[in-house]
Design a protein around this ligand. Sequence first.
Ligand code: DQQ
Length: 643
Amino acid sequence: MTTTDLEHATSTSYYPLPDSDHRPPPSPWRQRRPITLLSGIFLSMLLFSSLIALIVTQHRQQHIDGDGTRLSKKGFEPISRGVSQGVSEKTNFRLSSSPEIYPWTNAMLSWQRTGFHFQPPNNWMNDPNGPLYHMGWYHLFYQYNPDAAVWGNITWGHAISTDLINWYHLPFAMVPDQWYDIKGVWTGSATILPNGQIVMIYTGDTNEEVQVQNLAYPANLSDPLLLDWVKYSGNPVLTPPPGIGTKDFRDPTTAWIGPNGKWRVALGSKVNKTGITLVYETTDFTSYELLDEVLHAVPGTGMWECVDFYPVSTTKANGLDTSVNGPGVKHVLKSSLDDDKHDYYALGTYDPISNKWTPDNPELDVGIGLRVDYGKYYASKSFFDQNKQRRLLWGWTSETDSEAADILKGWASLQTIPREVVFDKKTGENIIQWPVKEVEKLRSKSTVYHKVLLEPGSLVPLDVGLATQLDIIATFDIDSATLEATLEADVGYNCTTSGGSSSRGIFGPFGLVVLADESRTEQTPVYFYIAKGTDGVATTYFCADQSKSSTASDVVKLIYGSTVPVLDGENFSMRLLVDHSIVESFGQGGRTVITSRVYPTKAIYSATRVFVFNNATGISVTANVNVWNMDSAKIDYFTLGRR
Ligand code: DQQ
C-alpha cells in the first residue's frame, strides 16, 4: 500500500456478536416455502393492489409520508436513502430544489413502463446480482424492495430466461431474515465451481449496520430453476478487516483461481479518499485469508462499489471464463464510484503472482478514465455465459424523474438489455458493448432508408409507424474532403456543456431524434459531433441530449456523452434501442455507450416520431437508416405446472 490515504488508514476491526444473541425472532411472512409459491404470488398481487390503492388515495390528499417522501401541492421533499446505511445515495437529489410536481396522468405514467426491458412487476429494483447460466436457464437476481417503489428492505428478486429477453419471475431467492443480513441482502456474485457447485457470496447489512460477506448456495443443484437458496450456517464468512470501515466493505466479485489453486474474491472498499480492491483467498468459500496487497487502488476516487474483474481476449472473438489468463488476455477492472454514481473501467494486465492489476494507460485508470456507459447506468455486473462462450454484462438504470412520480407509477428502475462485451481489437484501447443477439428476435417490421442526403440544417421524418419500441441502426457518411480542408473546428467541444443538439458547429451535430412529437416540443436527439484541432486531428463525440426530452418540470434533463474512436475508413454508426422511457445508444459499434431515461408527456403512444437530422453548418451528411419496430418481450410469473 503506497498512497498517502492507505498509509493513514485507521486500525479498527469489526467483531460480530454471537449469532444467537442477534438472531431476530422468526418472521413468518419473510419465510418463503416452495409449496406456497402460488398463494405467495397471489398474496403479493393482492398486497400490491392494496399498496397502489393506498398510494393513489394518499396522493389525492396531496400528502404522502409512508416512505418518507412528502408531497404537497407545491412540491416534494425527497429524503436520503441508503447513505446512512452505508451505500450510495438511492434518491435523485438533483430534483431537491422542490420543483412543482408535474400533473402526470395515468396514461403518461403507464406509457413509461417498458416493452422489452427487464423489470419486476412493481416496486423498486437496483443492482443486478449473481447472473449465471444453469441447466438451460439464465438466472438474474436483483436488488429489490418488496414493499415500495423506493430503495429499502433489500431482498433478492429472481427471474429466469432461456434467451435473456423473455423472463419468468420466480419467488425471492433470499430475504433479509438473519442478523447478518437483516438490514439488506445486498449485492453479490455467483461462481460456478468445476464440479458444477454454485457459490453465491453476497454482502449483508447486519443488525448493527455493518457490512459483512455471506455465503449462500442452491439447496438443490439439480433444480434448473434454483428455487431454494441455503444461507450457510457459519455466516458471515467475512467481516471488515482492520483498517477498513464497517460501512466500506461490500459487493464481492465472482471468484477466480490463483496460481496456487486457491480461489480469489475481490471486494470494493476505500481508505480515506482512495478507492481500493481487496482480495481474499479461499479453498472452500467458508474461510478466507486477506492478501497483503490490494489488487489496485486509485487515489481520489472514493468508495468502490460493485467491483467487476474479468479477462477479455485480445485475439479471439469469444468471451473468457473468469479464471482465464495468459498470452492474448487483458483484464478489465470496473468500479462503480459511490462519489459520482458512474461505472468506470480500464483495461490492464493482471499478474496473478503479485496479485496486482496494472492499467495499460495510467492516465485512464479506473475512476478517472473510461466509463462503461455515459448515461444513467450503475452497479453493472458481468458473467461468463458458458452456454454461448461469451461475456455478458448487466447494468442498472435508475429513474431521472422524481421519487414522487415513481411512487405514483408504482415502480422504479430497469435493467439494460444484456450486452456482450469484447475487447476492441481495432483500437486496442477500449471494450465494445453490444446488445445480445437474442434481442433481434423481437424485431418485426423493418423500414429502410437508403442514402438520405442531409444538407446543413436538415431534418427528415422517418415514417416507421408506432415509434415507441424501436431498434435503429444508422450510418452516416460525411464529405471527407471538406473535413480535411478545414483547419479548425470546435476545439474543446463537450457533450454536456457545449449547448447540446441545438448548438450548431461546422461538423455537427448530426444523428437521430427519437421520442419526439410532431412539432418537437419534446425530443431526444442522439448524435455525432466532430471537432478538429490545428494539429489536424479530428475528435468525434457521441452525445445524447435529454434537455428537451420532456416538458415536465420534475425530471432531470442532462446532456450526456463522450468521445468515440472513429478509425480511418469507417463511417459514423449508431444503434439505438428505444423502449418507452429508456434509450440505449451504442456509438461506433459499441465503443461508447449512453443510456438515457426520458419521460415525454406529448411524444407518447401514437404521437411518437423519429427523425434523422444534420444540424452542422459546414458539411453534408448521407444517412442510411434501418428501423425495426420491436415486439414486447414476454415477462410473466412462472407457474410450477410448467416445470
Ligand atoms: N447497492 C447495494 C450495495 C451496493 C449498492 C445495496 C450499489 O451492495 O454497494 O442495494 O448500488
